[in-house]
Design a protein around this ligand. Sequence first.
Ligand SMILES: *Cc1c(COP(=O)(O)O)cnc(C)c1O
Length: 461
Amino acid sequence: MTTDPANSTPDGASGMDSVGRARRDTLRQDDRPASRAWFGRAIDAIPGGVHSPVRAFRSVNGSPVYFDRAEGARFFDVDGNRYTDYCMSWGPLILGHGHPDVVSSVIAAAGRGLSYGACHPGEVELAELIAGAFSQFDQCRLVNSGTEAVMTAIRLARGATGRPWIVKFDGGYHGHSDGLLVKAGSGLITSAATTGAEPSSAGVPADVASSTLVAPLGDLDAVADLFKAHGDKIAALIIEPVPANNGLLVQGDDYLAALRAITEQYGALLIFDEVITGFRVGFGGYGDAAGVQADLVTLGKIIGGGLPVGAIVGGRELMEHLAPVGPVYQAGTLSGNPLSCAAGKATIEALSDGAVHAAVEALGAYLEERINVARNGTWPQIRRVGSIAWLYFDETPIPTAAADVSTTHVRRFNALHGPLLDRGHYLPPSAFEVLFLSAAHSAAELDRLVADIVELCAEID
Ligand SMILES: *Cc1c(COP(=O)(O)O)cnc(C)c1O
């Protein structure tokens, strides 16, 4: 750190608006003065102090930690405190922070130029590696984020089918493009298209939102009704095959198969948004593992190894609706960036022999077992798919639909987040986010996490 943040914006200098409140909250964190000072500066320079909202720690009533470096599963803040990272950049880092093969590939690529805006071998190799990991797909278009991948997949679906609407699920997150920032009130299931679904962000025009129909997870009849009423207008149905952005709302593989059947019946495309699950649960996509083939799969996170990336994968015939072959336009100055390609290729190659997936599955199973032993029949509970885990701080059954996440869980999680952080466990700062394990985590770290959770849970109601 070359600047002394303590010399910058002093804490609590301005009035007590929502921003001022965020500053005052940080005062209890006496062992993080440098983080506190950086956040004070950030609030003036960046809206809300952050470049992505959940990083602001608002829902857990805390203040962001500023990091200096990360290594394996370890995270070191600007005050010199050490944490075990259970967020792992929200999913990309299945190998851990700074895996030597990934870092050396990126350094080597950087030495040959940072961006070409032109063709190079690395982008072909990565596209081949990715498409080759899907049994039914032969083509891959690289973009720069998961948001961009989904946005492109939707446009491609509309272009290929000539239909205007899409179906998503309540609690499914697919990035922040206009048409996907839509939630539904419970009465909207069959009327959304005519009455207008309600956007979940300001700035999304009602007529954009009304092209997105929202169904509750797990309710096949609701989906069937939507298609019965509007089937000839629906271009695609999009789902995270393991919904992991609103807790971990695991649906059965039968459910995915039923969605496949319904979409096929009405000539709509099925899109699996595998930005989290792609190369996380196994090599390639979750759909292949579940025996359900989507028409298009969107990827991000792991396939960039920690650098910005996204991808759309599909069969050649469908993919060639994209420009420059077809009429669906899509482009990107930095797409196929040589550094992202190098990091992605090194990461995917490191996963190819299955050892990493076996190791993180074993760690996940260990965490699950320790939590289940420790909780003694009550709470916290855990739901897990491979190395993705959601701790549920209530005794009621773990929900499988967004509307059923209990306020008790949220209240308890929010109460525990700060104390866990103080004990060196960096969990994603939201009750609705999952934990990610990596090959760099150890059973000893999980033991400490579980012991601290058990101890802290005993202190709250
Ligand atoms: C993270 C995520 C996205 C968005 O990816 P970004 O790279 O953040 O734009 C889309 N879909 C799912 C399922 C995600 O988890």
